[in-house]
Design a protein around this ligand. Structure first.
Ligand code: SF4
Ligand code: SF4
Length: 438
């Protein structure tokens, strides 16, 4: 499927795979800083980078699947590509070759990791649906759940992102912030919408083609020049991936980058008086290397002292959340490595612009003398806007029975039944809640 006779996604990735096979010299440089390769529990590092890459090439050439390639494909964050791509002497994009490798794994009947459903926007038990329903009733959500065929035109569409639906407090913060900035906008939170990045990173090119096309045509109905999302994945995908395959009539922005680009419109009213440190999400680097942009925003908040962690900006370390979500527990050490760095600089708040990093850190703040807050929350607080972060509260409670009791009214209002919540919450909490501090 294509728009305006552009390449199909399958054709595009076929070409990427062929280029990779033709140009890779098997030097292994790309893997020497790769968090998945380096994690001892994956048992890739002991095989050596050249051997692992050789297995990737073998599979791309039609050879057999291997457990090494499986781990690399579904462990790959697809977000920290600045690490592997910039290390490659031929500038090859390993993470794109891994998308094709995943497709070959699936053709060989190697299934997705059991917990991959949590990323799938349209899955009955997706993260956005399960955690969104625990926190806000559909009748109370002030965003469009369905987009009319001819909606009113706006300047900006705020897209909750499929993952963002699990963070209703951030969506509500973002809506209030845009209102105070007097932006002409509407908010879209339809459950059947996703930019396509989650299906592509799980190597499903045909599904991605359908999902992305629907996303673009739906957003285009508003005539907006800017689509602003809560998830960095939508912004990266919207600017650097979708235009390769589709005609995209709007620019895509991460919400916090949009704020940083409009500092003069932010009506701050309350100094925060906090020492804040920033975990640079690897996705921020994919946003055209805009490491400095969230810093501009944080520094503009009155009463903030920004201190830097040992590893920052292009030297940041991936938090590991995306890998951990497919391979539970494998990357917990990384969570604590980042949290320990924040403690070392005596921060009062650790902030990040990425939803995944926030999930990695926020349940663990009880083990540290600082709070973990998404950057949107900080901006909102400095404008006197406050929406309860029930997600963090529930993850800190960490007990499905207690959470379901506390969220009883919301469970009753959900189209998921109590037995379905009982079925799925333990596996989420097992992956997301606190593990012993390292
Ligand atoms: S994107 Fe990150 S996890 Fe994936 S191969 Fe590159 S360095 Fe490794
Ligand atoms: S660094 Fe580049 S050339 Fe070397 S193994 Fe990795 S992809 Fe191949």
């Amino acid at each position: 499927m294509c728009i305006n006779n552009k390449l199909s996604i399958r054709e595009g990735f076929g070409m990427v795979a062929k280029h990779f096979v033709d140009e890779c010299i098997l030097c292994g440089e790309c893997l020497k800083g790769c968090p998945v390769f380096l994690e001892p529990r994956f048992e890739l590092v002991n095989k050596g980078p050249e051997t692992v890459i050789e297995k990737v090439i073998d599979l791309l050439k039609g050879g057999p699947p291997s457990k090494e390639v499986y781990k690399l494909v579904y462990g790959c964050t697809k977000g920290c590509s600045h690490v592997c791509k910039s290390a490659c002497p031929n500038g090859l994009a390993l993470q794109s070759a891994l998308v094709s490798a995943g497709h070959r794994l699936q053709a060989a009947d190697e299934g997705l990791p059991p917990s991959a459903y949590q990323h799938m926007f349209n899955h009955h038990y997706s993260f956005g649906r399960v955690f969104g329903d625990l926190q806000i009733k559909e009748s109370e959500a002030p965003w469009l759940k369905e987009v009319p065929s001819e909606p009113d035109a706006v300047d900006v569409v705020l897209f909750t992102s499929c993952a963002g639906q699990g963070f209703p407090h951030l969506v509500l913060d973002a809506i209030d912030i845009l209102r105070r900035m007097k932006v002409n906008f509407t908010t879209v939170g339809a459950r059947d919408l996703c930019c396509g990045c989650t299906t592509l990173t799980h190597s499903m090119p045909e599904v991605t083609a359908r999902v992305s096309e629907k996303y673009i045509t739906t957003m285009a109905k508003f005539g907006a020049k800017k689509v602003v999302s809560l998830c960095p994945g939508c912004a990266i995908f919207g600017n650097s991936f979708l235009p390769t395959f589709f005609s995209v009539p709007f620019e895509s922005f991460l919400f916090t980058d949009f704020l940083a680009d409009n500092l003069d419109k932010l009506p701050f009213t309350q100094p925060l008086n906090k020492v804040i440190t920033m975990h640079d999400a690897c996705t921020q680097g994919q946003l055209f290397g805009r490491w400095d942009v969230p810093r501009k925003l944080i520094k503009a908040i009155p009463g903030v002292t920004l201190v830097e962690m040992e590893h920052n900006m292009e030297n940041t370390i991936c938090c590991g959340y995306i890998t951990n979500s497919n391979f539970p527990g494998a990357m917990d050490d990384r969570y604590y490595a980042r949290l320990n760095e924040a403690q070392a600089v005596s921060a009062e708040v650790l902030t990040t612009t990425c939803l995944a990093c926030q999930l990695a850190f926020c349940p663990r703040e009880t083990q540290y003398p600082f709070e973990c807050k998404h950057t949107i929350t900080l901006v909102a607080e400095a404008m006197g806007i406050k929406h309860e972060d029930k997600l963090k509260k529930y993850l800190i409670i960490g007990d499905p029975d207690k959470v379901l009791d506390e969220a009883r009214d919301y469970v009753e209002a959900s189209d998921l039944s109590l037995s379905e919540f009982n079925h799925v919450l333990p596996s989420y909490f097992e992956r997301m809640c606190v593990s012993p501090k390292k």
